[in-house]
Ligand binder design. Structure first.
Ligand code: AMP
Ligand code: GLY
Length: 431
C-alpha cells in the first residue's frame, strides 16, 4: 500500500513512523512533511490548508489511503473532496469536523444527544452575553466559536475581566473565529483526552492520555499546544472509560450518524472528571499533539488495518482487541516537549541543536520532530515554537519518565526550554 500523510508536526512524524512499520505499506508520502518525515519517505511541498493543491497531489500520486493529521484541511472539506474522487481517507467530512470547527455546533449536538457537558449559551450580542454571565459565578469560561489555533478559550477569573473579554472577542479579537461566542459554566476536575477510532458506527477506544497544556511547571503560566503528555492516565479507570463510552462516545456517534453526518476518523474527546462524572470539555476532529506521539509509540500492533477500516467501514472491536484500554496492558509512555525559549510568545528561529543522535540511541526512546530544519552546515536547527518530542516507554510510568529525561539531558540546545514535571499527577497517584 501507498499512504499519503497530510501535515508536518510531531503528530504527523509519529503517524508516519508508525505507519511505515506496517508490513502492508510500501511507501509513505507526506505533504508538506518535514526533514524528519523525509527520512521515512518523499515529502511534497503542499501546505495543509491548500485544498486544491492537496487534491492535485492526491490525483497525481494515487495513494491507497490518505491520513489527515491537522484539523484545518478537514474543516475545509478535504476528506469530502478526496472521497468524491474515489480515495479512501482517514478523517471526518467537513460537516462532522464541525464538532471541532464550531464550539457552538458541538454544544448544540451534545444538548440534542443528551451528552453531559457544561451549561452554556451562544452569543453574537454583547448585552445578551453579559446577561448570561449574570447567571454564572466566577471563573467564567469564554470560547471563540471557530478555529483559533488553540488560543480561543479564555478563563476569566473576575466578572470585569469577563465583561472586557466578551467585548474584545465579539469585536474581532480572534477575527472571524470570535464572531460568535460560547459562554459556559466552569467545571472542576481532572482532565483527560480520549481517542476513539471510528468508521461512523463501530468504535475502538485507545488508552486515555493526559497532556500538560501550560508552559510552566506545576501546570502554571500561559496555555500552549501541549508541553508533554502521557498514557495511560490512571484517572481514567475502566469504570470511568465505560461511562465515557456509554454516556458520551456512543450517543455522539449514534446521533451524528442518525443526523446524516456520520463521523469517520479519530474523535478526540476532551473530558473533565467532575464529581458528577465525566463531562465533555471539547471535541477535536484529529489526534492530539503531543498525545498522538505517545499513543503511536505504545501501540504494539499494526495501525494500518484500523486506519483503513475506519476509512472504508466495517471496523470491528474484536479485530482490534489489544488496542482496548485495559489499564494494566498498555505500555506506559511519556512525551516531553522541547520548545524554543519564548514559546508560546515570540521566539527566534535557527538555533543549532546537538546531541540528538546520542539521545535517540537510548533504548525505548523516539524523538519526533515538530519544528526542525537543516542549515547549510548540515546542523539540525529549531524553526518552530514546539520543536522536539522526546518520547519514551518503560515498564512503569516512573521508568518511562526517567528514560525520557535521560534522553532530554543528552540534547545540547541552550535555546530550548522544557518542563521537568511531565506526568506528575499520575506519578503522585501511583505513589
Ligand atoms: P478547549 O479548547 O475547549 O479544550 O479549552 C481549553 C482549556 O480550557 C481546556 O483544556 C480546559 O482546561 C479549559 N476549559 C475549557 N472549558 C472549560 C470549562 N467549562 N470548565 C473548566 N475548564 C474549561
Ligand atoms: N494537545 C492538545 C491538542 O492537540 O489539542
Amino acid at each position: 500500500m501507498r499512504i499519503l500523510i497530510i501535515g508536518s508536526g510531531g503528530r504527523e512524524h509519529a503517524l508516519a513512523w508508525k505507519i511505515s512499520q506496517s508490513p502492508l505499506v510500501d511507501e509513505v508520502w507526506s505533504a508538506p512533511g518535514s526533514v524528519a518525515m523525509d527520512k521515512i519517505g518523499p515529502c511534497f511541498d503542499v501546505k495543509p490548508d491548500d485544498i486544491d493543491g492537496l487534491e492535485k497531489l492526491t490525483l497525481q500520486l494515487e495513494p491507497d489511503l490518505v491520513v489527515v493529521g491537522p484539523e484545518a484541511p478537514l474543516a475545509k472539506g478535504l476528506a469530502d473532496l478526496l472521497r468524491a474522487r474515489g480515495f479512501d481517507v482517514f478523517g471526518p467530512s467537513a460537516d462532522a469536523a464541525r464538532l471541532e470547527a464550531s464550539k457552538g455546533f458541538a454544544k448544540d449536538k451534545m444538548r440534542r444527544y443528551g451528552v453531559p457537558t457544561a451549561r452554556y449559551g451562544r452569543f453574537t450580542d454583547v448585552a445578551e452575553a453579559k446577561a448570561f454571565l449574570d447567571t454564572l459565578s466566577a471563573p467564567f469560561v469564554l470560547k471563540a466559536d471557530g478555529l483559533a489555533a488553540g488560543k480561543g478559550v479564555v478563563i476569566a477569573e473576575t466578572r470585569s475581566e469577563a465583561d472586557a473579554e466578551v467585548e474584545e472577542m465579539l469585536s474581532g479579537k480572534f477575527g472571524e473565529a470570535s464572531g460568535e461566542l460560547v459562554i459556559e459554566e466552569f467545571m472542576e476536575g481532572e482532565e483527560a483526552s480520549i481517542f476513539v477510532l471510528t468508521d461512523g458506527s463501530n468504535i475502538v477506544t485507545l488508552p486515555a492520555a493526559q497532556d500538560h497544556k501550560r508552559v510552566g511547571e506545576g501546570d502554571t503560566g500561559p496555555n500552549t499546544g501541549g508541553m508533554g503528555s502521557y498514557a495511560p492516565a490512571p484517572v481514567m479507570t475502566p469504570a470511568v472509560m465505560k461511562t465515557v463510552e456509554e454516556t458520551i462516545t456512543r450517543p455522539m456517534l449514534g446521533g451524528m450518524k442518525a443526523d446524516g453526518t456520520p463521523y469517520q476518523g479519530v474523535l478526540y474527546i476532551g473530558v473533565m472528571i467532575t464529581p458528577d462524572g465525566p463531562k465533555v470539555v471539547e471535541f477535536n476532529c484529529r489526534f492530539g499533539d503531543p498525545e498522538c506521539q505517545v499513543l503511536m509509540m505504545q501501540m504494539d500492533e499494526d495501525i494500518v488495518p484500523i486506519l483503513l477500516a475506519s476509512a472504508t467501514g466495517g471496523m470491528s472491536q474484536r479485530d482490534f482487541e489489544r488496542l482496548l484500554p485495559v489499564p494494566d496492558r498498555p505500555t506506559p509512555c511519556v512525551n516531553v516537549v522541547l520548545a524554543t525559549k519564548g514559546y508560546p510568545g515570540s521566539y527566534e528561529k535557527g538555533s543549532v541543536i546537538n546531541g540528538l543522535k546520542d539521545a535517540s540511541a537510548l533504548d525505548n526512546v523516539m524523538i519526533f520532530h515538530a519544528g526542525t530544519d537543516v542549515n547549510d552546515a548540515g546542523d539540525i536547527v529549531a524553526v518552530g515554537g514546539r520543536v522536539l518530542n522526546v518520547t519514551a516507554t518503560g515498564e512503569t510510568l516512573e521508568a518511562a519518565v526517567a528514560r525520557a529525561y535521560e534522553a532530554v539531558d543528552l540534547i545540547d540546545w541552550p535555546e530550548g526550554i522544557h518542563r521537568r514535571d511531565i506526568g506528575w499527577r499520575a506519578l503522585q497517584q501511583s505513589r
